[in-house]
Design a protein around this ligand. Structure first.
Ligand SMILES: Nc1ncnc2c1ncn2[C@@H]1O[C@H](COP(=O)(O)OP(=O)(O)OP(=O)(O)O)[C@@H](O)[C@H]1O
Length: 251
C-alpha cells in the first residue's frame, strides 16, 4: 500500500544549521498495516509524516501510495488520499462552523464534489450515524459550533472527518498526547475501531510506549533520521517496555 524508497531530507543545507532530518528512509507497508513510530525528540518522526503528506518535500527518494507515485506532488494533491491528525485538537476543524458543516466539508472534499454542493438530508442522516458511533453524544449537537466542544470531543470529530471518506492512509502525529489520560484512551479506542472497521493503513507517532505495545501490528524506532528497528509479527507482540527502553538506550 505504501512504499517509501530512500527518502532523504536536510534542513538548511550548506549552512552551520544544516540538519539531516531523514537519512535514507525506506519503508514498505501492506494494506491495513498499523505502524507505531517511536523515537526520541528530534529523531525525525514528524518530518517523516511531513514528507509523506507533502507538507514538506523530500530532497530525494520516492513515495508511492497504492500504486500512485506521489513523489514531488503538492500537499493538496496528496491530501485526497490521506487523512492526518495532529497533537493539537484545535487543528483540523473550523471552530465557528457547526459539527455538521465541518463534516460536510470533509465529506465533499473527500468525495471531490464541488465545494458549492449543499449538505443534503441523506448526508445529515449518514453524519448522524457516524457521530453516534463515537458514543460521545455529538449526534445530538450537530448544529452547534465546533468551538464549543472539549479537546477530546474535537479530536474525535477530527478523526471522523479524516476518515468520513475512507483514506488510503491515515497519519496520526501524537494525536492523543494533549488529552487527559481517560479521554486519550477513549480517542485511542475510537481510532482502533475506525481503523480496523475500514481497514485503513495507519502510521501513528507516539511517545507512549504502552500505547505502542497495545496498538498496531508493526513498530518502527527512529534515531537521527533513520529507521533503526522494525518490529512486526511475534516480535512486535512479544516486545516489553523494559526491552523497548533498552532499545532506546542502544540508539
Ligand atoms: N522546519 C524545520 N527547520 C529546521 N529544522 C527542522 C525543521 N523541522 C524539523 N527540524 C529538525 O529536524 C530534526 C527532526 O525533527 P522532527 O520534528 O522530525 O523530530 P521528531 O522525532 O518528530 O521529534 P519530537 O518527538 O520532538 O516531535 C530535528 O533536529 C529538528 O530540529
Amino acid at each position: 500500500m505504501l512504499d517509501l524508497n530512500d527518502i532523504c531530507m536536510t534542513f538548511h543545507p550548506g549552512t552551520v544549521n544544516e540538519r539531516r532530518a531523514l537519512d535514507h528512509v525506506s519503508l514498505h507497508l501492506n494494506d491495513g498495516d498499523f505502524v507505531c513510530v517511536l523515537g526520541s525528540n528530534g529523531a525525525g518522526k514528524s518530518t517523516l509524516l511531513n514528507a509523506i503528506s507533502g507538507a514538506l518535500q523530500a530532497d530525494t527518494g520516492t513515495i508511492v501510495l497504492d500504486g500512485i507515485d506521489l513523489s514531488g506532488r503538492p500537499e493538496h494533491v496528496r491530501s485526497r488520499y490521506m487523512g492526518r491528525l495532529f497533537q493539537d485538537p484545535m487543528r483540523g476543524t473550523a471552530p465557528d462552523m457547526s459539527i455538521v458543516e465541518n463534516l460536510g466539508l470533509a465529506y465533499i472534499r473527500g468525495k471531490r464534489m464541488g465545494l458549492g454542493r449543499a449538505i443534503r438530508r441523506q448526508d445529515r442522516v449518514f453524519f448522524r450515524e457516524r457521530l453516534a458511533m463515537l458514543g460521545l453524544g455529538l449526534e445530538d449537537r450537530m448544529d452547534q459550533p465546533v468551538g464549543l466542544l472539549s479537546g477530546g470531543q474535537r479530536q474525535a470529530l477530527t478523526l471522523l472527518m479524516a476518515t468520513i471518506v475512507t483514506p488510503k492512509l491515515l497519519l496520526l502525529d501524537e494525536h492523543t498526547a494533549a488529552l487527559d489520560p481517560k479521554t486519550a484512551a477513549v480517542v485511542m479506542e475510537l481510532t482502533q475501531k475506525i481503523v480496523s472497521e475500514h481497514h485503513i493503513t495507519t502510521i501513528m507517532i507516539t511517545h507512549n510506549l504502552r500505547q505502542s505495545l497495545e496498538y498496531g501490528n508493526k513498530m518502527i524506532i527512529m534515531n537521527e533520521g533513520r529507521i533503526v528497528s522494525l518490529l512486526e509479527g511475534e516480535e512486535k507482540q512479544n516486545i516489553t517496555i523494559p526491552r523497548l527502553l533498552e532499545m532506546y538506550d542502544l540508539v
